[in-house]
Write a protein that binds this ligand. Sequence first.
Ligand code: FES
Length: 165
Amino acid sequence: MTGPLPGPAVQEILGRYPAAHQRSAVMPLLRLAQEREGHVTQEAMHEIAGILGLTPAEVLAVATFYSIFHLKPKGRHVISVCHNLSCSLMGAEEILEHLEEALGVGPDSETTPDGAFTLEHAECLAACDIAPCVQVDYDRMLGPVTPRDVDALLAELRTGAGGAA
Ligand code: FES
């Protein structure tokens, strides 16, 4: 826990919205909280609710509706496996099952006990032309991938430039 959200950053965000529409700041405030902690904490949701005059349940509803917000800590590396139509047709389920077995976790944002990896399935990542595709840390897109490719990826992430995993 890093403490309350920084006042200047909160004021900058609130300043983007007319006084009558301050509640619209809920998403950037959730994003600010997530950037500080790596995920959105209960404390942050209560704080945001207080800032905006919402109930904590209303803030939670927004945080759980959008997949960009994480309510649990993530691993040092997040591996997202697309499982929409193109990727499914091209073998995404095999990739996901291979990663589940290799990491010993399920695909619903589960994190390995050592905190190295979070595995999640993703909706279309807009890279259908390289299906089946995998995204690393919401940034790096790989595809088309095979089980052998994801083995190489895990080995690289465990030892590579992405930091010891
Ligand atoms: S279906 Fe996988 S990237 Fe579009």
